[in-house]
Design a protein around this ligand. Structure first.
Ligand SMILES: NC(=O)C1=CN([C@@H]2O[C@H](COP(=O)(O)OP(=O)(O)OC[C@H]3O[C@@H](n4cnc5c(N)ncnc54)[C@H](OP(=O)(O)O)[C@@H]3O)[C@@H](O)[C@H]2O)C=CC1
Ligand SMILES: O=C(O)[C@@H]1CCC=N1
Length: 266
């Protein structure tokens, strides 16, 4: 696959790492205005670093956009004359809707929105996908890419804002939970390195129990909570302090913020 990533920042680099590690590219063009920040990608014969978005578009079939929302409109205007019927356009841009993209480049283009997360760098992204009517004819290409780099789910565009919070921002939320459990483990006597090891692999085990068994979390909780035991004591104390409520309120705040994100960023 001939792929370009327009805007190789935090997410773009993560996608690039995933694509390279999983041998998912014939050629990969990575763009950025300041390409000094891409030194880690030097030395791969099929990876090209450039400031020239038009070159990247012309040399590629699949264009993944990963710039900040406020930069996207200008880039679409610039590349429009260079888009052909071969191009599949995949936008990871938060809050930028398909009709807005179509307004810039036309409804006849294959337009897909993807909401991956930074775990794509290690082939573990939960990625939600949607497309315009034309894009439905190429959605399998996006599914092939993102399934190779994790797990994908096609959803209506109306759910993309929620998917951004749950899946993309979700990495930060889970990191904070893992960090907090690490801090607790340190307080309980483990050194910092061991504490993080315990927190990381326990959270991985919890997720894998659900992925493998397909059970409801409460079913797995019931298996751990010995009557009058220490687990239920801890869980109930966490709930008295508002753990679930705090997570839900934080995620709803994150969701509401997306409505303003495009006009606020520069
Ligand atoms: N970070 C994440 O986990 C996720 C982010 N997203 C979305 O992905 C997008 C990028 O986010 P993120 O990676 O965090 O942001 P970053 O700021 O880290 O990356 C954006 C990159 O775009 C580059 N850029 C800006 N203007 C241009 C241009 N004209 N041509 C080429 N490159 C350009 C910037 O580099 P330079 O200034 O050198 O050009 C920068 O490296 C956002 O829209 C965000 O909503 C979606 C899911 C997850
Ligand atoms: O924080 C943000 O706005 C972007 C979108 C989701 C993850 N990062």
């Amino acid at each position: 696959m001939k792929i370009a990533i327009i805007g190789t920042g935090n997410l773009g680099k993560s996608i690039a790492k995933g694509l390279i590690t999983n041998n998912a590219i014939t050629s990969l063009y990575l763009t950025k205005r300041n390409i000094e920040g891409l030194a880690e990608f030097e030395g791969y014969t099929n990876v090209h670093l450039t400031t020239d978005n038009l070159l990247a578009v012309q040399k590629s079939d699949i264009i993944i956009f990963a710039v900040q929302p406020a930069h996207f409109e200008g880039i679409l205007k610039m590349i429009k004359p260079y888009l052909t019927e071969k191009h599949v356009l995949i936008s990871t841009i938060t809050g930028f809707l398909i009709p807005q993209i179509e307004q810039e480049i036309g409804e006849d283009k294959f337009i897909i929105r993807a909401m991956p997360n930074t775990a794509i760098a290690v082939g573990k992204s939960m990625t939600c996908l949607c497309s315009n009517t034309q894009g439905e004819k190429r959605i399998q290409i996006a599914e092939a890419i993102f399934n190779r780099l994790g797990h994908s789910l096609s959803i209506p565009e109306s759910q993309m804002q929620a998917a951004t919070v749950v899946c993309a921002s979700g990495i930060a939320f889970w990191m904070r939970l893992i960090r907090a459990t690490t801090q607790a483990a340190i307080q309980l006597g483990f050194d910092a390195k061991e504490a993080q090891e315990l927190a990381m692999f326990t959270s991985e085990g919890a997720a894998n129990l659900l992925i493998t068994n397909g059970n409801h979390p409460e079913e797995e909780i019931d298996r751990v909570t010995t009557p009058k035991g220490c687990t239920i004591e801890g869980l109930n104390e966490m709930e008295h302090k508002g753990l679930s409520s705090s997570l839900i309120q934080g995620m709803v705040a994150s969701f509401n913020k997306i409505n303003n994100i495009k006009k606020e960023q520069i």
